[in-house]
Design a protein around this ligand. Structure first.
Ligand code: G3I
Length: 417
């Protein structure tokens, strides 16, 4: 276990130096989503992590009282290794902590940066503003945050989902303005397309040149569908480029991505019939052009959902868009107000994974399932207890449900033995 401590400390030091998740981000939470507000600067967290003990196997370490030991849990990545990758949204807080890192390595083989690879962490406003004329069509980017994430993922054996390139949220507004100045209004469509192409080119080429084979999928476009009808209009991409911004993003991504990197469209409520119809309608020409490899269904769901309706929607995507991959990219299942919500949550997690495996047995390419966070207290869904582990890293019945979905046993505690 010494390696965890060393790697975690190296990661923490790298994060401190790189300021991954640094407080200078101009992140603006999406109006439609509760801000999680949990972020503290990487430096603070890194310094905490540096003082935090390493996992129990290291003789010079006694596990802090705030965490139970996790090394004897059944391993989801092992149980599902012949099915699909099992992923987790990893935040700076997790990367800075040896104990969180140990649990993540024990359970998952796929990594999504919860915030640290989004445009607001990559677009370099200071350099752009230093010479707006020079950078008008090719906005500078900084790779510090991405590098820290990919170093951590590589050091801990995770494959990576890139999240995300083109999104209406967590993308600074200055990116869309003449001379990057709000007072001068939007640039024209052609200039914005150049900025989009160069941003996508820079990120895809840099990550492939420096970490070849590490990123297996990119969320090229995130959440372009409206919650009511058609495409999301409250989006600077839609406003400045027009409704073909999705098509252009995938065209550029295909042009610059390495052959083994799969290009995904990612959205929430993607299982709901009306929204699914809109998504399919704008993805169809992209699929026909050969620029779409898969649909990412975020799956931020609740105990109201019956797995069958979700799985029918998965089949619909494949029927309508051709033999594409489906990835569950941000799974969390919020509790309801019932007294037995934990049991219901366990059953839904179990039924959800059983349903995905049934789809696979019918030939549908489910290639990864990512849980959107490690412990309930870290979740963006505050107070909904939506994940698989408690704050002290103890396992919840939800975790046991995911284990039982594949072991078939009625009591996953036995699996731990
Ligand atoms: O980094 C700052 C920190 O410096 C500051 O002190 C703190 C308090 O204001 O905010 C921190 O930024 C927060 C960031 O998370 C990092 O913690 C933002 O306010 C907060 O809005 C942001 O929330 C993220 C949210 O996306 C933003 O839209 C959540 O962590 C993240 O889980 C969530 O993830 C999205 C997916 O990317 C796309 N699908 C939906 C999903 C849930 O909204």
């Amino acid at each position: 276990m010494m390696k965890y401590r060393l790697l975690a400390l190296l990661s923490a030091a790298a994060i401190m130096l790189a300021g991954c998740g640094s407080s200078d981000s101009s992140s603006s939470a999406d109006a439609n989503k509760p801000s999680d507000g949990t972020g503290t600067s990487a430096v603070t967290e890194a310094s905490e992590a540096v003082t935090e003990a390493a996992p129990a196997e290291d003789s010079s370490y006694t596990r802090s009282k705030s965490f139970v030991e996790t090394k004897d849990y059944p391993s989801l990545k092992e149980l599902y290794k012949d099915r699909f990758l099992i992923g987790c949204a990893i935040s700076t807080k997790v990367m800075n902590s040896p104990e969180y890192t140990q649990l993540a390595v024990e359970q998952f083989n796929s990594y999504t940066a919860e915030n640290e690879m989004k445009p607001e962490r990559v677009l370099d406003q200071q350099t752009a503003m230093s010479d707006p004329g020079k950078y008008n069509e090719h906005v500078p980017v900084t790779y510090d945050s991405i590098r820290t994430c990919l170093e951590y993922a590589q050091a801990h054996g995770f494959a990576v989902r890139g999240h995300t390139l083109v999104w209406h949220s967590q993308t600074p507004e200055w990116f869309f303005y003449k001379n990057f100045d709000k007072n001068q209004g939007n640039v024209d469509r052609e200039t914005m397309l150049k900025r989009m192409e160069n941003y996508i080119k820079d990120v895809l080429e840099w990550t492939n040149e420096n970490y070849p084979g590490l990123i297996y999928a990119w969320d090229v476009v995130n959440e372009a569908a409206s919650d009511s009808k058609g495409m999301r209009k409250e989006s600077k991409w839609y406003e400045v480029v027009g409704e073909d911004f999705v098509e252009k993003a995938f065209e550029y991504a295909r042009k610059y991505a390495a052959k083994d990197v799969k290009l995904f469209y990612n959205d929430y409520n993607a299982y709901q019939a009306r929204k699914q119809k809109d998504i399919i309608s704008f993805l169809k020409p992209i699929a026909e052009a050969g620029n779409l490899d898969g649909v990412g269904m975020q799956s931020h769901i609740g105990l109201y959902l019956h797995p069958n309706s979700f799985m029918s929607a998965v089949r619909e995507y494949v029927e309508e868009l051709g033999d594409i991959e489906i990835q569950i990219t941000e799974l969390d299942i919020g509790k309801d107000k019932s007294d037995n919500w934990e049991e219901k949550q366990k059953e839904l997690y179990k039924g959800f994974f059983e349903g995905l495996m049934e789809l696979q047995d019918d030939g549908i390419k489910i290639t990864s399932v990512t849980i959107w966070g490690l412990t309930d207290d870290m979740s963006w869904r505050k107070g909904e207890n939506a994940l698989m582990f408690n704050r002290d890293l103890s396992r919840k019945p939800a975790f046991d449900g995911v284990v039982e979905a594949i072991t078939g046993s009625g009591d996953s505690e036995e699996e731990a033995a």
